[in-house]
Unconditional design. Structure first.
Length: 259
């Protein structure tokens, strides 16, 4: 399928590995030129070169912490007039509700709510002026079904979801399509860390913890970054002009709901 975005310019945050990299590679496969971002220079440059060599598109790599004002300013300057924005950031640490104080919530809000809002405010007006744009915010299935150990993420990502619900409907008539993509368990470092934590708390091996967790999913497996990325690329395509403010759940059916 031709997604109709060849030659578009896309900014993908936190894209040196994991789900962000899956999105960057899928957009590159569709013919998009990329600006990619992460904090670690070595992994970021390796990913950028791999995408250039594999897909033949332009890739600009910006090593910075996008959750800081300085990092965002650096990234926005390089990004320039992008057509596609994929907001992504690692989630805050797990714990229980008694663990978290005000500073923990502020850090979670900065990373998983206020940073994507700041990038939307900086880059969407240009999309509106040009009459075409796509924004995909990678949030979490926890906005539909909260995860007890991820209370910081539950809170911050729910806040972003509320912001997008209103904002997406205010920019749609200018050709800008904004939606959220909600991952469940995918084979990423984040899930590996949670499995390791569960194994320590449950007195079992990591393999046993992973198998126990996967057994609750109808597919009996984790998703892959590749299939996640291709869903993201479709949400950036020419075919989603009437898909506004939606929360697309990609969790293997683990959230059990009729609607």
């Amino acid at each position: 399928m031709d997604l109709g975005i060849k030659g578009k310019r896309a900014l993908v945050c936190a894209s040196s590995k994991g789900l962000g990299r899956g999105c960057a590679e899928a957009l590159a496969e569709a013919g998009c030129d990329l600006v990619i971002n992460a904090r670690g220079v070595e992994a970021l440059e390796a990913t950028a070169q791999h995408i250039r060599d594999t897909y033949g598109v332009s890739v600009e790599a910006v090593a910075c912490d996008v959750t800081t004002e300085k990092g965002r300013a650096q990234l926005i300057e390089v990004a320039g007039q992008v057509d596609i924005l994929v907001n992504n950031a690692g989630g805050p640490p797990p714990g229980v509700w008694t663990d978290w104080e005000r500073d923990d919530f502020i850090a979670a809000l900065d990373a998983n709510m206020l940073t994507p809002i700041a990038l939307i405010k900086a880059l969407v007006p240009g999309m509106m002026e040009r009459g075409w744009g796509r924004v995909v915010n990678i949030t979490s299935r926890s906005v539909k079904s909260p995860l007890n150990v991820l209370g910081l993420s539950n809170s911050a990502r729910a806040g972003l979801t509320g912001y997008v619900a209103g904002t997406s409907r205010q920019v749609a008539d200018k050709g800008v399509v904004m939606n959220n993509l909600l991952p469940g368990s995918h084979a990423t470092d984040r899930i590996a860390a949670l499995d390791n934590r569960a194994s320590q708390q449950g007195g079992m091996s990591v393999e046993e913890a992973r198998a126990q967790r996967q057994s609750a999913n109808p597919t009996k497996r984790d998703g892959t970054a590749e299939e996640f990325g291709h869903v993201c690329a479709f949400m950036c395509s020419q075919y989603v002009g009437f898909m506004i403010g939606q929360n697309v759940l990609l969790d293997g059916g683990e959230f059990n709901s009729t609607l």
